[in-house]
Structure formats: C-alpha cells, structure tokens
Design a protein around this ligand. Structure first.
Ligand SMILES: Cc1cc2nc3c(=O)[nH]c(=O)nc-3n(C[C@H](O)[C@H](O)[C@H](O)COP(=O)(O)O)c2cc1C
Length: 307
C-alpha cells in the first residue's frame, strides 16, 4: 500500500511475528528504470526479502517488463502487477485499474513480463468497470494463459473505491473458474475474519488497512488458529503507546527524511483508530512537521490520561 507497506512497517509487523507474505508499496516502473532518487527505498525488501512481493505500477508494456526484469534480479518472493488501483491520477495515465478495460492489452502485458520474471508473477485487480462476472473470468483466464501464477481479487468495481462492501463471493466463484490460486482482499477488520476467510473458498487472504490499525493482527490470527486446534497459549496484549513510538523509531531508521512526514501521517491516520480520542489526536499529529514533534504529541496523549 502506497506510503504504508515500506520496510519500517514490515519491521513493526515482524516485531509481532509477521505474516506469510508482504506486498511492497506500488513502485513506478518508469521511475525505477529512470533511477529516481528514492527508488532504493522502494526496493528495500528488508527485513525478510524472501517474503516480499514487489508491486509494479505503470502504463507502458516496455517499461513494466523492463522494470520486472530489474526487480527479478533482487531477492524477493515475486513480482506483482497492479491492475487494481482505482485512483483517478493513476488510472488517467493508463495504469492500475485502467488495464482492466482491455483483455488484449492486459494479456499482451503479461506475455511480455512473463519471460522477464523467474519468480512468482501475480496480478492484483478489481472486478472491473462493470459488475460483469463473465468479463472478469475472461480477463483472468487470459492472464492465466499468459503465465500469471496467482491473482489477488479485491472484489469491488473500479469505480467504487471503498464504497459498498467487498463482494467476497466473487473470490470463491473466480477460484472455481481458474486453475491458478486466487487470493481475496477487502474489508478484513480483525483476526477472526482472517481465519474465517482463510477457511473459505480462497487460496490466500490479503489484509490492507486492518494490518495498519492492528499490526499484531496476524499474531492474533495465529493465536485463534492455535486455540481452535487445542493450544492454550495466550495471545499477547499489544501496548498501543509503545507500538506507536516503535513505529516512529523504525521510520527514522529505515526511511529517508523526505518520507518521514507523509509516512507517519498515513500510519497514524489508521493507527489512531485504536484510541478513544483518535480523531483529535490525528489532527494534532497532522500539525507536526517532525518525527520528534509527533512523538511528543503522541506521548502527551497517554500522559494526560486520555485513555
Ligand atoms: C492508503 C492506501 C494505499 C493503497 N495502496 C495500494 C497499492 O499501492 N497497491 C495496491 O494494490 N493496493 C493499494 N491499496 C488497496 C489495498 O491494497 C486494498 O486492496 C484495499 O485497501 C482493500 O483491502 P482492505 O479492506 O484490507 O484495506 C491501498 C489502499 C490504501 C488505503
């Protein structure tokens, strides 16, 4: 997730035991090839490169296949092509969900990227521009025929952004139509839902916003699974204040100063939802300009007994 799923955030998740696989922030294929000044931060796959999937975004077939070849030389779990981003700025350029407008164009992209990628090649997408399941199936079958190894479906229309609930039934239905695995994504709110969805008809569950709100969510899910299978091991109770401070430390350690503010605002925009007066605290954090300023405001909230 843009401005969220960077190394500092993965370090935080790993403090809680981590998850099976991480998607990077979307990486611009063009910027990567042009050697932009911040690219080294986007391609820092630490602390567990073997679990990181680099996600590429772009509109140009040559650029995406070139960038895929570059990323494939790095240690990682795989390369993902973003065909699901519905942000107008991205779509307008022909990138993200714009790929879903043409089966042939998307198929050609995968046919060109496939030879460049030895690792797992995946695509993340939405239902499409219309609520047309047949189109989605034809689209995904073409991606499969061109060599895609796994598809992640965020089952909303391109035009819906975060409106309506994700139509998880489409994940199971799509899985029935394809030979390759299908992962589902959308609206997972807590660990119990991860376990519940994982037991349903899908091959993997991707968690977005809830993992930022609750970086311990995967540890909790493992705890639930263990309890279901008879283990009495208790689950850790997260310390919200210290987790926030730890994130700021990790941000300082693993992200360039130019990114500190935007990444902190993004993270606390979700993480403050854990707090009773979280919206008030978000406003205060947004006024700060430095990590130390944010830490002071954050600490003060707990010192003043707001919880
Ligand atoms: C701030 C933000 C940034 C995102 N950036 C990306 C991205 O770079 N690539 C991507 O495939 N999806 C991105 N998404 C979408 C999420 O991956 C996910 O599909 C969506 O949030 C639904 O899942 P959730 O309900 O678990 O959050 C982003 C979402 C948010 C809120």
């Amino acid at each position: 997730m843009a401005e969220l799923s960077h190394r500092a955030f993965r370090e935080l998740l790993e403090d809680f035991g981590g998850c099976d696989c991480y998607f990077s922030e979307m990486i611009s294929a063009g910027a990567l090839l042009a050697g932009g000044p911040f690219e080294k931060w986007y391609i820092d796959a630490g602390p567990k490169p073997e679990k990181v999937v680099f996600q590429l975004v772009g509109a140009d077939i040559e650029q995406i296949s070139g960038a895929s070849a570059v990323l494939d030389t790095l240690e990682c779990a795989g390369i993902d092509i973003n065909m699901g981003c519905s942000a107008p700025l991205i779509r307008k350029t022909g990138a993200g969900a714009a790929w879903m407008a043409s089966i042939d164009r998307a198929g050609e992209l995968i046919s060109r990227v496939r030879p460049a990628v030895k690792r797992r090649l995946s695509v993340k997408l939405r239902i499409g521009f219309q609520d047309d399941f047949e189109y989605l199936v034809r689209f995904c079958r073409r991606l499969e025929a061109e060599g895609t190894d796994i598809i992640t479906l965020h089952p909303r229309l391109v035009t819906e952004k975060f409106k309506r609930l994700a139509r998880w039934e489409y994940v199971g239905r799509l899985k029935q139509e394809l030979k390759i695995p299908v992962a589902g994504n959308g609206d997972i709110a807590d660990a119990a839902q991860i376990v519940q969805r994982a037991a349903g008809p899908c091959d993997a569950v991707m968690v977005g916003r809830a993992a930022v709100r609750h970086p311990w969510i995967f540890a909790e899910a493992r705890g639930i699974e263990a309890a279901d299978s008879g283990s009495t091991k208790t689950r850790p109770i997260p310390n919200i204040e210290e987790t926030g401070v730890r994130f700021l430390e990790l941000l300082a350690q693993y992200q360039p100063p130019e990114f500190h503010f935007s990444r902190a605002i993004r993270f606390f925009g979700f993480f403050c939802d854990n707090l009773k007066w979280g919206n008030y605290l978000k406003t205060q954090i947004n006024r700060e300009k430095t990590l130390s300023g944010i830490e002071q405001v954050w600490r003060k909230y707990f010192r003043d007994g707001s919880e």
